[in-house]
Write a protein that binds this ligand. Sequence first.
Ligand SMILES: *[C@@H]1O[C@H](CO)[C@@H](O)[C@H](O)[C@H]1NC(C)=O
Ligand SMILES: *[C@@H]1O[C@H](CO)[C@@H](O)[C@H](O)[C@H]1NC(C)=O
Ligand SMILES: *[C@@H]1O[C@H](CO)[C@@H](O)[C@H](O)[C@H]1NC(C)=O
Ligand SMILES: *[C@@H]1O[C@H](CO)[C@@H](O)[C@H](O)[C@H]1NC(C)=O
Ligand SMILES: *[C@@H]1O[C@H](CO)[C@@H](O)[C@H](O)[C@H]1NC(C)=O
Ligand SMILES: *[C@@H]1O[C@H](CO)[C@@H](O)[C@H](O)[C@H]1NC(C)=O
Length: 434
Amino acid sequence: MVLKGILVTIATLLLLTDSSQSGNDDGCKPAPPSGCVYKVTDNLPTVICNNLNLKAIPTCLPGKTHPKKLIINGNNISQITSIRYDTLEYLYIESDNVLNIVLYAFGHLSNLTVLSLRNNFITDIQRDTFIGLTHLKELYLTNNSIKTLPHHAFFYLPQLKILEINKNSIASISDGAFANLTVLSELNLRDNKLIAVPKFNNTRLDLDILNLGQNKLTEIPHEPFKTLKYLKTLYLDDNEIITLPHSAFWGLDHLKLLHLENNQLSHIWYHLFLDPWESLLEVYLHNNNIAELNPIQLPWKQLHVVTLDDNHWLCTCKTVWMKSLRAVIDNSTSIICANPPEVQGQNILNLDDSSLHCSHSGVSIPGIIVGVLISLALLVTVGYLLYRCVKRKSIHLASTSVYRRMGGSHSNQRNGRELPVSNQTLHDEGDDEL
Ligand SMILES: *[C@@H]1O[C@H](CO)[C@@H](O)[C@H](O)[C@H]1NC(C)=O
Ligand SMILES: *[C@@H]1O[C@H](CO)[C@@H](O)[C@H](O)[C@H]1NC(C)=O
Ligand SMILES: *[C@@H]1O[C@H](CO)[C@@H](O)[C@H](O)[C@H]1NC(C)=O
Ligand SMILES: *[C@@H]1O[C@H](CO)[C@@H](O)[C@H](O)[C@H]1NC(C)=O
Ligand SMILES: *[C@@H]1O[C@H](CO)[C@@H](O)[C@H](O)[C@H]1NC(C)=O
Ligand SMILES: *[C@@H]1O[C@H](CO)[C@@H](O)[C@H](O)[C@H]1NC(C)=O
């Protein structure tokens, strides 16, 4: 009797368990994969089918309630076919050896807000790949094998806010690839093979963050980010950029963080930071080839972070002002001189003015006295010479006209005209150019 009772209890328990696991659709077949578990995470009915060596997305899932979150990571699903779980809000298909996605695969998932396909081998994205995901806010395609982004690649994702396509092999991006992404705020294209900055001018993008770091950019075109006027963070680090046009950051009135480190920048245009000036808080310039910066080239006082290490700093009187950066830059930063040779390898922050050959340095009372004495001596000499000249002029007045006709050595010939050129005029022209 006791035995029978126990058996009944066990049977009932089994039945109960079974009914709680037996799929959410009536007559769903085949039964859900045995390792898939149903549980509530973050108040969401969730199904997890991790590391089960599944070959396809299961057609039945465990659980009484329709899941809002489905996690199918670490399986062996080469192709994503149509997914019917229309209650889903979160879908993770990561590290599943996915090679391709059939068209309209996500066509039923109009409530999905987050889709992650990280760590797969997807090569191809098409205009219709994401059709139906009308409420998708975050799309993660990190670490796949995507090579190009075609025209209208994300056309059917009008609510997308975050798009991560970093760690792929993207070498080209068609014009209009980002069309319809009118609310996108973060675009991550880091660690790809881009040789040119994508064109953003034919789409309305209100990006906050744009990451183009770790690509193959060598040059930046004229006004490339002009339409991204709300951009706050721009990553251009770890490229091969040699120069930036003076219009590189035009239009970026709200830029706060600018990453230019680990490039080959040498010359920084005087007006480069004119536009982002007001809002700029962090500028990363370390590991480039920069020799000089100007004291008013960056809003030094307002910057919270500026990195200048590992450049080719020229340490002369012209750059001595950089010593005042001690107050702004991080204490661990060193501005090591590459030139001139006598100060090579030294930190400009620790050099005294005399080793920078500043002509105005070491001004002292004896110096002033010597200066005054030399000036006096010069004045006396000039006075004496003038006196001699006037005397000679009065004697040789008659011979001057003959001297002129023969093209005297005191005048230069230009356009057949005689132009008196003194050291003074040359000097003035030079000043105007500065
Ligand atoms: C994954 O599936 C492919 C065939 O689709 C197979 O060749 C491969 O061995 C599978 N990998 C694992 C780890 O099971
Ligand atoms: C999608 O979300 C809306 C609003 O939350 C809800 O009313 C609707 O039932 C959901 N659709 C499905 C198929 O779950
Ligand atoms: C990228 O994805 C591959 C395939 O899933 C994986 O082996 C590799 O560890 C991933 N790399 C990173 C950095 O996550
Ligand atoms: C894409 O944007 C166009 C206008 O640029 C609009 O007409 C169309 O409805 C949008 N498509 C989707 C799927 O949101
Ligand atoms: C975008 O800029 C490119 C040059 O960078 C230009 O050829 C193209 O006409 C511009 N497109 C629009 C819509 O302004
Ligand atoms: C650097 O260190 C000094 C004290 O050694 C400190 O007064 C100064 O605020 C520090 N500067 C920065 C930018 O951290």
